[in-house]
Design a protein around this ligand. Structure first.
Ligand code: ADP
Ligand code: MG
Ligand code: ZN
Length: 486
């Protein structure tokens, strides 16, 4: 019988504050010269006192509220001791006994059904520096060496710790996806796995026959959503093999090797006592009175699930459409403004989903810098809807507007279409010209020799091409038939 899978995740989010958690150094470390965003506080020079950054407290509180946690009136910091070169102080300042937010939940989807994942707590802590490994022969004066860059040391993190409520790699992936979406809606973190502003430690175990939890393994070093799923899938197979062979799972930390597609043992999992946690006496506790917490509550934007509910109620779109449109709140806002500018909701949804996202993808940009403003898109959608222009012409116009700084009218001209739809006299004129240019073909049709209708098709093809899709095909074929005496 298959052993039930138990997964709990610890997700670190780098908070997008301007300065570090306990000093005024810049948090902007990517691509910076090593060891330039540092000061005596984050380098742990004795005699300097850390001071909490209120902006980080606010961001962690907002994330806590988004996860329906209780924000604590009183929380404090501990020192987590470990000796490694990326940590200047040889301890990390973190929240341990009394974290800032406790007991919440995040709803995910599992096989199309909603599932609630409980959040154990969320806490604040500082990031570590980075080791830089030499790319040459790896030796200095004959000895192996690494370099250390402390620019990232002290950048604020919030760690979200889930209960072990997930039971498949797909659920774990959906959980992280939704957690990141929430962080982005709240604008507290950019949540990019590639650059490391979102990092996931995955704990996984297989339950015993009596239903009790098995020994868990912690997996680190996954830097994409796909690798979270792959690492967990690999680990399920590995643990099953170990147990099938009658062996025991060792509680340890394993690293995901993306290229090899395997997890490898890194170290036996430290227990809390290995870290010798003790209170950080240099920092005052975080005291938030109810009015401050109410202030954070009042500052909450519409959250992803609230927006999805409202979109379903007001625009009558399918769940799939809504999921795409609300994936990013900026895209959702763009869509809503297009509707407010007069585009019918269902048509606007199609255009944004299919065409706007296509063009954004081609241009490699994002919606906030997209040239075509909602009002222009609405105008376009309305013109296509009124059959003033065909949808093909509409797409060409969108392509032009997205790439060049030109007006709607200019774009319309450039794709060869005039302002109005081709009809009546204007259309007859075009058809008349084509019939006289193709006199020989026309004669064959007129004399009844076009048995299979191929020649007539050829002529209507020319007409539609010339009209650039602006003519009603029925009207065009009626005029053509009349001119050819059919
Ligand atoms: P530690 O203090 O060692 O980090 P925690 O109790 O804080 O351990 O748990 C860390 C994470 O491990 C949590 O996300 C939790 O849900 C998860 N976890 C705990 N027990 C198990 C288990 N048996 N299987 C899978 N995950 C687990
Ligand atoms: Mg932990
Ligand atoms: Zn500093």
């Amino acid at each position: 019988m298959a052993r039930p899978i138990v997964i709990g995740l610890e997700v670190h989010l780098q908070l997008n504050t301007k300065t570090k958690l306990f000093c005024s150094c810049s948090t902007d470390y990517i691509g910076k010269r090593p060891n330039t965003n540092v000061c005596p506080i984050c380098l742990a020079v004795p005699g300097n006192l850390p001071l909490i950054n209120d902006a980080a407290v606010a961001r962690a509180s907002r994330m806590g509220l988004g996860l329906r946690c209780t924000i604590q009136n009183y929380s404090n910091f501990h020192r987590k001791n470990y000796f490694y070169a990326d940590l200047a102080k040889a301890y990390q300042i973190t929240q341990y006994e009394l974290p800032i937010a406790t007991r919440g939940w995040l709803d995910i989807e599992s096989d199309g059904k909603p599932k609630r994942i409980r959040i154990h707590h969320l806490h604040l802590e500082e990031d570590a520096g980075k080791l830089v490994h030499p790319t040459t022969d790896g030796r200095l004066h004959g000895a192996a060496y690494s370099l250390v860059d402390y620019n990232r040391g002290g950048v604020p993190l919030t760690e979200v710790v889930s209960e072990p409520d997930m039971s498949s790699p797909a659920e774990a992936r959906d959980y992280v996806t939704r957690l990141r979406q929430l962080a982005r809606y709240l604008e507290i973190s950019d949540g990019e796995m590639e650059s490391g502003s979102l990092r996931v430690d995955a704990n996984i175990s297989l339950s015993n026959p009596d239903g009790s939890f098995g020994t868990r393994v912690e997996i680190k070093n996954m830097n994409s959503f796909r690798s979270i799923e792959h690492a967990l899938e690999y680990e399920i197979v590995r643990q099953n093999k170990v147990l099938d062979a009658g062996d025991r799972i060792i509680q340890e930390t394993r690293l995901w090797d993306d290229a090899g597609g395997v997890t490898r043992s890194m170290r036996n999992k430290e227990t809390a006592s290995d870290y010798r946690y003790y209170p950080e006496m240099d920092l005052a506790p975080i005291i938030l009175d109810d009015s401050e917490i109410d202030g954070y509550k009042a500052s909450m934007p519409e959250l992803p699930w609230e927006k999805r509910g409202r979109f379903a109620a007001s625009f009558g779109l399918s769940a799939e459409e809504i999921a795409i449109l609300t994936e990013q709140k900026e895209l959702a806002a763009y869509y809503e403004e297009t509707v407010e500018a007069g585009a019918p909701p269902a048509r606007a949804a199609n255009w944004v989903r299919m065409e706007v996202l296509r063009v954004l993808n081609e241009l490699g940009g994002d919606i906030t810098t997209f040239r075509v403003k909602p009002a222009s898109l609405a105008e376009l959608v309305l013109k296509v809807d009124a059959k003033d222009i065909s949808s093909t012409v509409g797409k060409e116009i969108l392509d032009l507007l997205a790439r060049e700084d030109i007006s709607f009218t200019e774009a319309l001209k450039r794709v060869g279409a005039s302002a109005g739809r081709l009809t009546g006299g204007a259309l007859s004129e075009i058809i008349g010209r084509i019939v006289s240019e193709q006199a020989e073909v026309a004669d064959i049709i007129k004399s009844g020799q076009d048995k299979k209708g191929g020649k007539l098709k050829f002529l209507s093809g020319l007409v539609m091409k010339e009209a650039r899709g602006q003519a009603d095909p029925k009207e065009a074929s009626d005029i053509l038939a009349k001119l050819l005496g059919l």
